[in-house]
Design a protein around this ligand. Structure first.
Ligand code: PMP
Length: 363
């Protein structure tokens, strides 16, 4: 008899399992360190709004299923992004939103165009749906090559990904380029604005086109990564289809209550953003002593040096700093490193560790 794993769909064979970076606790134990700073997952280092934490904790009816349509949260988001609540969907993180969109559009053999390097999960999801990830190189400054993307478009192209600011490179796309892309294709243009709050350029005003989805998350600026809340704005007709593919209860009431409270406490999030952006500019200058640092409109910096990213990441980890080695991102070389912007003291700790690497001749 065949092993049961032989019966799993063929296209899964190609899909790598998601490997998360090491946690603070793991690194503390492994290297017997008292202090470990994680600058690897682009989290908000100041933590969630106290009001959000309180709202989360106040709900205790865990035996009751959550609602399927969180009108109050959708209305609050609608106010925040200035669109009608009828056009907003929610998901278990932006990952959950992406999963639903891919479920809606992809048949086996379809194509998704991804400008590389970018967020690895796009490739994974494409493969899970037995579709092909068509990879297009970015330009020198990592902006998308819209002409090359349009060149690769054909009747099988169902989704074109735009990630702005882009993970891991931190650059944004221009409104004119993306407007042209939307106008010149029949495919769905999925705009990932996970990091938009750290940027001075957003693409939300393009959302009136029928073939676009603009997705965002509470995981970054709003500091609720652990609660898994993402959302997207789309045409009302698309929203109806989205509700068909969504799992029945993707979000917990506690998480939704926290997100509502976070939106009621926008001042807190704005303070975090201001501190992070100020630190980003300082860190950018300081890191230039060690690396080539690329301009960023996100809460992380993309850097390169002549030393392999794997070596730098390992050496920093031994000294209590976790950063992201991007050499396994499709489209990155082995010198690519991404560093999240932490609190001032965290960033100083990183800079001291880098001084140390330099003194020891590693950098
Ligand atoms: N898009 C991008 C570009 C990301 O970097 C991330 C998370 N790292 C996500 C989407 C998913 O975010 P979440 O599921 O936490 O909302």
């Amino acid at each position: 008899m065949d092993r049961i794993t032989e019966r799993i769909k063929d296209c899964l064979k190609d899909v790598p399992e998601y490997v998360a970076g090491k946690s603070i606790e793991e690194v503390k134990q492994k290297y017997r360190l008292n202090r470990v700073v994680k600058l690897a997952s682009n989290e908000n280092p100041y933590g969630a709004s106290k009001k959000a934490i309180k709202a989360f904790r106040e709900f205790g009816d865990f035996h009751i299923y959550p609602k399927t349509d969180f009108v109050e949260l959708r209305e609050k988001i609608a106010e925040y992004v200035e669109v009608n609540a009828d056009r907003i969907v929610l998901g278990a993180g932006m990952d959950g939103v992406l999963e639903n969109i891919f479920k809606m559009f992809l048949n086996a053999g379809d194509e998704v165009i991804i400008s590389i390097p970018s967020f690895p999960y796009y490739h994974t999801l494409t493969k899970i749906h037995c579709a092909k990830d068509v990879q297009v190189n970015r330009g020198e400054d990592f902006t998308m090559n819209v002409d090359a993307v349009l060149d690769k478009t054909n009747e099988k192209t169902k989704i074109i990904i735009v990630c702005s600011p882009n993970n891991p490179t931190g650059n944004v796309e221009s409104r004119e380029d993306i407007k042209r892309l939307i106008e010149e294709t029949d495919a769905l243009v999925f705009i990932d604005e996970a990091y938009v709050e750290f940027s001075d350029n957003d693409l939300m005003d393009l959302v009136d086109y029928e073939n676009i989805v603009v997705a965002r998350t509470f995981s970054k600026a709003f500091a609720l990564a652990n609660l898994r809340i993402g959302y997207a704005v789309m045409h009302e007709d698309l929203r109806k289809e989205y509700m068909k593919v969504s799992t029945p209860f993707p979000l917990s009431t506690s998480a939704v209550n926290a997100a509502i409270a976070a939106l009621d406490d926008l001042e807190y999030t704005k303070r975090c953003i201001k501190l992070i952006v100020e630190e980003r500019e300082r860190l950018m200058k300081e890191l230039s002593k060690f690396f080539k640092v690329y301009p960023s409109q996100a809460n992380f910096l993309f850097v390169k040096s002549g030393v392999k990213a794997k070596t730098i990441a390992e050496e920093l980890m031994k000294r209590g700093v976790i950063v992201r080695d991007c050499s396994n991102f499709i489209g990155c070389d082995e010198y690519s490193l991404r560093i999240s912007v932490g609190r001032k003291e965290d960033n100083d700790f990183l800079l001291e560790a880098l001084d140390d690497l330099k003194a020891e001749g590693i950098l």
